[in-house]
Design a protein around this ligand. Structure first.
Ligand code: NAD
Length: 509
């Protein structure tokens, strides 16, 4: 037994929770034993049943809303420290989206919690049935660095709305936001049921060894596989919010200026392309590409000026690892000559200018890996229809976008392109519509959330059938006779004539 685990024997659970909320520097690793004690403690408090009440859920949703309301500037400052995220993007895409999500849950919770009546059939007559949502128990939320405030707390709205106890593990790659989250959640939320554990791989691994009732993970597919493998050991269900290469198909019969601005809004105005549903690449026709490129250059000039590396309206690349990853994509031999706009970089400030590349080879790294940064390749085709096959030949993206006025093309896009979500004539906005499920398919994720889908993601839908003592049919009990078999077959088949025949002994067995 290690020295630290011997020390752990003398810690009580109260001390452990104090360490979890504490923002002073932590010991280097979060031990498996601590993780185990934390889950044990939360299982104990969850068993009290308090989280099941409507009142507790509402009080925690209100507390979360107040947390976001009271600390807007602190959150924006932390995001600026982690990513140089522009204030507007922090206020709108992290804080306002979270508040809206909270308000929707507060408004709809009663309705979401109400059991849903279900139809019954003649097979169980007389009976009634309902579907009762119940909390799963103690759940783990592991979040990513790119929208570190929203992606940490939005899943928690679903978890507490559904009545669960929850542990949040924010991303260590956004350390200022991570420690602010630990502090604020400790101050505002009910610590008997809602905890934050800060840390990196060691801490996440210690948490992943525990048995949870659901694991909600946001991040890349490589770690997604680690999460799913760890969950499989305990048969724990997972919700995986992953990424992918989200394409934009651009037709020629469009309002080019509006389309261009909306592509830029989804790419560089979303954390400088470090967003899971940012446009990853464009497909357009050879004939139309020059017009589109000119429009993109014009609008980028208007938005970010002559020296975008100095623009305060662009986030920086999160860290030097990601900077190296992105420059590797740009510096590949068959790609570096394809830059037609931007390409400037400043390693000391972790900045890369908005960069457009034309006709990069389809087997280049930039076209085979998720870009997740300010680089936008354009590939060209003879006929736009070819683009749907190109998209479907890759792994299933998290989002796909089409700009067109052509009704038939829209229909074909919706019917034939598989992606987590589609948007026609805009980018990324489906994320803000909480009546739509948000999630991936195939390699871009498992499951979905937002609005009611978040509540459902953290609920078990319990099937309940009610019967009384009347209508007790001898036909289901031994001794089994041919007549009973015939009648039961007819009853289960549901045909009235067959039932009548069976009752008169006229049916074939
Ligand atoms: P990240 O590096 O912050 O990692 C995410 C989480 O995984 C962190 O909490 C981290 O501690 C944990 N982690 C990392 N390595 C681990 C390991 N070996 N074992 C256990 N846990 C580990 O974030 P990231 O993965 O760089 O995020 C970017 C990716 O996430 C992109 O692919 C992006 O598309 C995707 N993403 C998806 C969504 C979505 O909603 N679908 C949102 C944001 C990001």
């Amino acid at each position: 037994m290690s020295k630290s685990s011997i020390h752990l024997k003398f810690r009580n659970t109260h001390q452990i929770s104090a360490r979890i909320h504490d923002t002073t520097p932590k010991p280097p690793s979060y031990e498996k034993e601590e993780a185990s004690l934390l889950v044990k403690e939360l299982r104990g408090t969850f068993a009290s049943g308090r989280t099941r009440s409507y009142e507790w859920r509402i009080s925690q949703l209100k507390a979360l809303l107040k947390l976001a309301d009271d600390n807007e500037q602190q959150v924006a400052d932390a995001l600026n420290s982690d990513l140089s995220k522009p204030q507007l993007e922090s206020i709108v895409y992290e804080i306002a989206l979270l508040k809206n999500s909270c308000k929707a849950a507060l408004k709809e919770l009663k309705h979401w919690m109400t059991p849903e009546k279900a139809k019954t059939s003649i097979t169980t007559f007389p009976s009634s049935a309902e579907i009762v949502p119940e909390p799963l128990g103690v759940v783990l939320v592991i979040s990513a660095w790119n929208y570190p405030f929203l992606l940490s707390l939005d899943p928690i709205i679903g978890a507490i709305a559904a009545g669960n106890a929850v542990v949040l593990k924010p991303s260590e790659i956004a350390p200022a936001t991570s420690s602010l989250l630990a502090k604020l959640v400790g101050e505002y939320m009910d610590g008997s049921f809602i905890r934050v554990v800060e840390g990196a791989v060691a801490e996440t691994s210690a948490l992943l060894e525990q048995k949870w009732d659901k694991i909600f993970y946001t991040g890349n597919g490589r770690v997604g596989r680690i999460v799913m493998a760890a969950a499989a050991k305990h048969l724990t269900p997972v919700l995986l919010e992953l990424g992918g290469k989200s394409p934009v198909v651009v037709d020629s019969d469009i309002n080019l200026q509006v389309a261009t601005r909306r592509i830029i809004a989804g790419k560089w105005c979303c954390n400088n392309g470090q967003a899971c549903i940012s446009p990853d690449y464009i497909i357009t026709t050879k004939a139309y590409a020059p017009k589109l490129v000119d429009a993109l250059k014009n609008e980028l000039g208007t938005f970010y000026g002559k020296n975008p590396l100095e623009s305060k309206d662009l986030s920086r690349v999160v860290n030097s690892n990601h900077f190296a990853r992105l420059t590797k994509l740009l510096d590949e031999d068959k790609v570096s000559g394809k830059i037609i706009h931007g390409g400037e970089r400043d390693e000391s400030k972790l900045r890369i200018a908005p960069t457009i590349l034309l006709d990069v080879p389809r087997d280049s790294l930039i076209m085979t890996e998720e870009i997740f940064g300010p680089l936008l390749p354009i590939i060209t085709v003879e006929k736009l229809e070819e683009s749907f096959d190109i998209i479907n030949s890759g792994t299933k993206p998290l989002a796909a976008y089409l700009f067109t006025n052509n009704k038939k093309l829209k229909e074909r896009f919706v019917m034939s392109v598989t992606a987590g979500g589609l948007v026609v004539n805009d980018t990324t906005l489906h994320l803000a519509v909480d009546t739509l499920p948000f999630g991936g398919v195939g390699e871009s994720g498992v499951g979905a959330y937002h609005g009611k889908f978040s509540f459902d993601a953290f609920s078990h839908k319990k099937a309940v059938l009610y019967r009384s003592f009347i209508g007790d049919a001898a036909v289901r009990y031994p001794p089994y006779t041919n007549g009973k078999v015939g009648l039961l077959k007819a009853l289960m088949g549901g045909g009235v004539l067959d039932i009548i025949r069976a009752l008169f002994g006229l049916s074939k067995v």
